[in-house]
Design a protein around this ligand. Structure first.
Ligand SMILES: NC(=O)c1ccc[n+]([C@@H]2O[C@H](COP(=O)([O-])OP(=O)(O)OC[C@H]3O[C@@H](n4cnc5c(N)ncnc54)[C@H](OP(=O)(O)O)[C@@H]3O)[C@@H](O)[C@H]2O)c1
Length: 334
């Protein structure tokens, strides 16, 4: 029986019939050469490689070989070639160094976003942004906060929500996520620019000394409740994603439980909820623009991740079948 993982297939080939038929130590050499650490200080690459699933073609060859008792030399060679090319593919997409490991750039990006808003909110000498196109409230006066005594508390709440979100994301990037894939350099450079500029714009637009007035208390409270639900849900999703690979491999696993039963990317769903809530709490142009940019990015990402799941878990050759009722981002809808 072929279990379709590099480690077990390699062991089977090597121990039972590989050397007899091919007189080749190529597989052993391959696993040895692959044992260089993924990140500095890590030594578990061979174990991770062993947990990687093999492509269907390789499983087919290995199954045929096992059924025949001893494989033909052609079968064995084909299998080695496939194991090698699959290992090379995994090595190529794995995170090769600290520089392309998303952990550090992502953590820095989120810390920058938290700090940039505070700087723009308090920095002296900034001119007011023209309302409502660049700053100020989008709401009519009747829907703006009338109670001057609540004003200080509302501003503190708005700032606290933004800062909390980005400190949480920085904490998750630094300590929760087990990144195994390199992030494109364009993303590592583009993300801090994107988040930094938006944070400055939002902080600048929300300044009370420039005439910005927050929405009425009911809207602020409703927005804050949605925001908190989004933050809690997002954090739970990231904990679940972290626990998907207890063996330390870099393969993907079908996530189960919580909102993962309904959508492939519930962490993006909750992220969107947070920014819908934040928009209700602020009702200003830069937050609307930030929400729109987040929607576009996360719909595209969720769609991509969902398609990848459907391809990886197609139910063929003993692979798991991805739940067909599961959507990409919005339960029952998309
Ligand atoms: N998360 C958010 O709330 C959010 C919000 C706005 C924008 N974004 C952007 O979206 C991009 C990706 O975000 P992200 O890194 O937070 O989320 P992600 O790509 O879904 O991955 C988060 C972590 O979970 C792992 N993972 C995901 N699905 C898995 C599966 N099926 N099996 C095993 N492990 C799995 C990933 O491993 P691998 O390293 O192996 O992929 C990674 O370590 C980033 O550019 C980010 O800035 C994210």
């Amino acid at each position: 029986m072929c279990t379709c993982h590099i480690g077990t297939t390699a062991a089977r080939l090597d121990a039972s019939w590989w050397r007899i038929n091919c007189r080749s130590k190529a597989l052993g050499t391959l696993l040895h050469s692959a044992s260089r650490p993924l990140f500095a200080g890590e030594r578990s690459w061979p174990r991770r490689l062993a947990a990687e699933p093999l492509p269907a073609r390789c499983c087919g060859v290995a199954k045929r070989a096992s059924a025949a008792g001893r494989p033909s030399t052609g079968d064995a060679r084909t299998c080695l070639r496939l194991v090698q090319s699959e290992s090379a593919r995994i090595l190529a997409r794995a995170v090769p160094s600290r520089l392309s490991n998303p952990r550090i750039p992502t953590t820095i990006t989120y810390l920058l976003a938290a700090a940039a808003l505070v700087v723009a909110f308090f920095a002296p000498g900034l001119p007011p942004l023209p309302a409502p196109w660049l700053g100020g409230s989008l709401l009519p006066e009747s829907l703006q906060l009338a109670d001057a005594r609540a004003s200080a508390g509302v501003f503190s709440l708005i700032l606290a929500c933004w800062i909390f979100h980005y400190l949480r994301r920085a904490f998750e990037a630094a300590f929760i996520a087990h990144y195994k894939r390199a992030r494109p350099i364009i993303e590592s450079v583009g993300a801090p620019v994107h988040y930094g500029l938006f944070a400055v714009w939002v902080g600048w637009a929300l300044r009370p000394d420039h005439g910005y007035v927050p929405p009425a208390l009911a809207l602020v409270v409703a927005g804050a409740a949605i925001f908190v639900a989004g933050e809690v849900g997002n954090f739970v999703c990231h904990l679940k994603l972290r626990n998907l690979r207890p063996d330390g491999g870099s393969h993907h696993v079908i996530p189960r439980g919580f909102l993962f039963e309904y959508v492939s990317c519930p962490h993006y769903f909750f992220e969107i909820a947070s920014w819908v809530g934040f928009f209700l709490m602020t009702a200003t142009t830069p937050v609307a623009a930030f929400l729109a940019a987040t929607l576009i990015t996360l719909f595209a990402r969720a769609n991509q991740a969902h398609r990848r799941y459907l391809e990886e878990f197609d139910g063929d050759e003993g692979r798991e079948k991805y739940p067909t009722s599961r959507k990409a981002l919005i339960p029952f809808v998309f």
